[in-house]
Design a protein around this ligand. Sequence first.
Ligand SMILES: Nc1ncnc2c1ncn2[C@@H]1O[C@H](COP(=O)(O)OP(=O)(O)OP(=O)(O)O)[C@@H](O)[C@H]1O
Length: 224
Amino acid sequence: MFTIENLRFLDILNIPKLTIDRQITCIVGASGSGKTTLLKMLNKLIVPDEGVILRNGEDLAHMDSVALRRNVVMLGQTPVIYPGTVGDNLQIGRLFSGRIPRPESALRKILREVELEKLPDDRCATLSGGEKQRLCLARVLLMDAETYLLDEPSSALDKKTEEFILEVLIKFVRERGKELIMVTHSPQVAGRFPEARVHIVKGRVEENTAHPEEGNSSGEEGQP
Ligand SMILES: Nc1ncnc2c1ncn2[C@@H]1O[C@H](COP(=O)(O)OP(=O)(O)OP(=O)(O)O)[C@@H](O)[C@H]1O
């Protein structure tokens, strides 16, 4: 759960109050409205100029970034692959978050779950774009974080992979009682979560269906 109060960042975000407290929340809005910036603030990849962000009541400003990112993991718009093998790329997330490596059997299992037909010893250099995305998904699932931040690319070249990643993540989050906050450009996806949809318009919260009192009232100003 996140609570944001009086947040300002450059002329990009201006959010007096925002509560994100459902298991799955969608952030929607036009390109350039500030969705990614907002998401990055939730695990301190960006720090606001003003305002407070609380996670489960604790102020992010007073939290160690590494400790925070152990529990709040972001799957970004472009896959990040490190030199080495598929296995190295899986374990590195655990390493970064101070967790012990998983055994080979767990790596094979997670590769099956994300339907990546590779072995832990395989090299990454020749992976396709979609395979890289699946590998990054497997890496963050293996981190077993509490909160997942998903930034869906606006112009996914491979829509099928994007949909697959989303479905795997939603299932994982539901089965394990995790939290998912996702930026989505798909009206179909956002339509599946009408109870927790945050609509950002020009850096302001136009609507938060979970907390209607937090949205800008009229909807006339700043429509995309
Ligand atoms: N660190 C920064 N400094 C200055 N401007 C920035 C910074 N980060 C983002 N911006 C600008 O802020 C605006 C919002 O960017 P952001 O990536 O948050 O939008 P978005 O809603 O996620 O867009 P998209 O849907 O296209 O991914 C853009 O105009 C972007 O160029």
